[in-house]
Structures are given as structure tokens and as C-alpha cells.
Design a protein around this ligand. Structure first.
Ligand SMILES: [Fe+2]
Length: 305
């Protein structure tokens, strides 16, 4: 851990307001705990949280965080993007990211601070939040693995194009509003098997091709401060920010179940290359053990060859 990151964990803002890691009050209320238990891991759901006005998530603290994170942990996009876009066609911005965050009401962009757990204070916050949900998660998909947090700071009306993410995810809205439109991950037209297989082999960007006729399959969920969305693994979605600047926190984890599904996808890609037409990995609660073990064995052989 670099000197600079430790310096942020001891930032005067945190000392001034007396922030200490480890929360005594639950962030997710009992009704949300029940709603999460009813939907995890396969269905989207709107949830609630009490994480408002947290000192680590103010604009000032986030601007400091942006200055402390490695450059490759920051994604910085202009706000006026179409729903579907080739990642190579996204225009670059000249404004520094720290300045863009501090002036988010007028900088016309959206910024993602990735893997915020690289800074110890944020790692503790992430662990505290996810620990509240572990009693639902662990019996179903195994222990929470690879805990990662992402903060989205967005200008009014910014658009995050159509894409998917490989993690289990809960998106908490902290300031402003946004509408996430989610699409059925099982629909081959909207979400081709080939894109998933190539993604797990590192050959496909998370952005997906968009067609206007997909709109009919979308389920829009709008969240305001105090609300959250459970986004199941690899559910395609796009996001429209509301008319005010927005801050959202995404708390994510992987699981043995999600790794096995990803490995089964990679194995299918190999079978397809042999001219076969493999069946899709089975949905939860199936665990795709045979294909994932086969892919892991194959990967091991390839590495040692
Ligand atoms: Fe996403």
C-alpha cells in the first residue's frame, strides 16, 4: 500500500467528523434484508439503505479518493453518450478527474472510482456493508469472494451505455437519482452467448451492442437517496442519470457459483471452436460443476504446457 493511500485513510475530514470504521447500526433495514433474501441471487429488486451523509462519500472525500487511486482505477467518460457505443469510440475529456468531481454539477461527465477497497477506510466500509448480507449469500452461493466497491459520480442526465458486469452487485443511491433499465440475461437475442463466452476469456468488452427493439424487454428501476438495486450477476443494463448530480456506491462480490458459471462459459467457447453446439450453463441453483472442473483442468494443462 502506497504512502499516498494511507494518507487518505487518515484524511483530516475523517478525523474532524470522528469517523471510525465498524458500524454499530445496520445500514440495510430488516424489510430490505427480507427482500434481498427473496431475490438473491437470480432476481433484480429494489432495496433500501441508511447510508446517507457518510463522510467517506461526500464530494470532497471522493475527489480526494480520485487523487489517491491508481490511474487505472479511474474511468472517466463524457456524460452525453448514446445507449449503445463501441468502447473505442468514447471521446476523451481534457478536464482533470479531481476537478471534474468537484464540479460535477456542470462538468458534463460520469466518473467511476474502481476498487475503492485499495484505500483501507473504504475497504472497511465495504466489508461492514457486505457483512450484513452474508447470512443470505453464503448458504446459497458460498462465501463472498473478491469484495470490490465502485463509486459513480455523475453529472445531470449522464448515460452509462448498455453493458453487463460479472459481479453480484448492490447499487446504493446516495445523492440525486438514476434509472437503471435491466434486461433478462437469459434472452439470447439481447445477450448473445458468444459475447458472454468471449468476455470470460478476456476477448469482449462489457459494453453490448444495442438495438432499439430491445427497449420493449427492459425493466426500469428508479432509485433516489436511501434506495438501492440488487443487480444479479451479468444482468444487462443501461443507466440514465436524473436531472441532478448523482453519487452511487456499488458494492460487489464474486462467489464460487459465479466463478463456476464463468468457467462453464469459457469451456463452451472451446467446444464451439470444435464445431459443437454446447448447452448454456444451467441457471441457479445448478452449479455447473462438471464444465467448470473441465475448464479448470484444461487451463492448468495449458499453463504448464
Ligand atoms: Fe453496470
Amino acid at each position: 500500500m502506497s504512502q499516498r493511500r494511507w494518507a487518505l485513510a487518515e484524511h483530516p475530514i475523517l478525523t474532524r467528523i470522528g469517523y471510525r470504521a465498524g458500524m454499530s447500526d445496520a445500514i440495510f433495514p430488516p424489510a430490505t434484508h427480507e427482500a434481498f433474501a427473496a431475490c438473491y441471487p437470480h432476481s433484480p429488486a429494489k432495496l433500501r439503505h441508511h447510508l446517507l451523509d457518510h463522510p467517506l462519500l461526500s464530494l470532497d472525500a471522493l475527489a480526494d479518493l480520485a487523487g489517491a487511486l491508481p490511474v487505472d482505477s479511474i474511468e472517466y467518460n463524457p456524460g452525453a453518450l448514446p445507449i449503445g457505443i463501441d468502447p473505442n469510440a468514447v471521446p476523451k475529456s481534457d478536464l482533470g478527474v479531481v476537478e471534474a468531481i468537484r464540479t460535477i454539477d456542470q462538468s458534463g461527465c460520469w466518473v467511476v472510482l474502481k476498487r475503492i477497497e485499495q484505500v483501507p477506510a473504504y475497504a472497511r466500509l465495504l466489508q461492514d456493508l457486505l457483512a450484513e448480507l452474508a447470512d443470505v449469500v453464503t448458504p446459497r452461493t458460498g462465501p463472498m469472494l473478491q469484495l470490490e466497491g465502485f463509486v459513480f459520480v455523475s453529472s445531470p442526465d449522464a448515460v452509462t451505455p448498455f453493458h453487463f458486469d460479472p459481479e453480484h452487485n448492490i447499487l446504493l443511491q446516495l445523492r440525486g437519482s438514476k434509472t437503471m433499465t435491466l434486461f433478462p440475461g437469459v434472452d439470447e437475442t439481447v445477450f448473445p452467448d458468444q459475447a458472454q463466452e468471449e468476455f470470460h476469456l478476456g476477448q469482449h468488452h462489457r459494453n453490448l451492442p444495442w438495438r432499439e427493439d430491445f427497449a420493449a424487454y427492459g425493466m426500469p428501476i428508479t432509485i433516489t437517496p436511501g434506495e438501492a438495486i440488487h443487480v444479479p450477476v451479468k444482468t444487462p443494463h443501461w443507466v440514465q442519470n436524473g436531472p441532478a448530480p448523482s453519487i452511487s456506491l456499488s458494492i460487489t462480490w464474486r462467489s464460487e457459483w459465479s466463478y463456476a458459471e464463468a468457467d462453464a462459459r469459457a469451456f463452451n467457447h472451446m467446444l464451439r471452436g470444435l464445431g459443437l453446439h454446447p448447452a448454456r450453463p444451467a441457471a441457479y441453483p445448478a452449479r455447473n460443476v462438471a464444465k467448470s472442473l473441465a475448464w479448470r483442468a484444461l487451463r492448468k494443462v495449458r499453463k504448464s504446457a
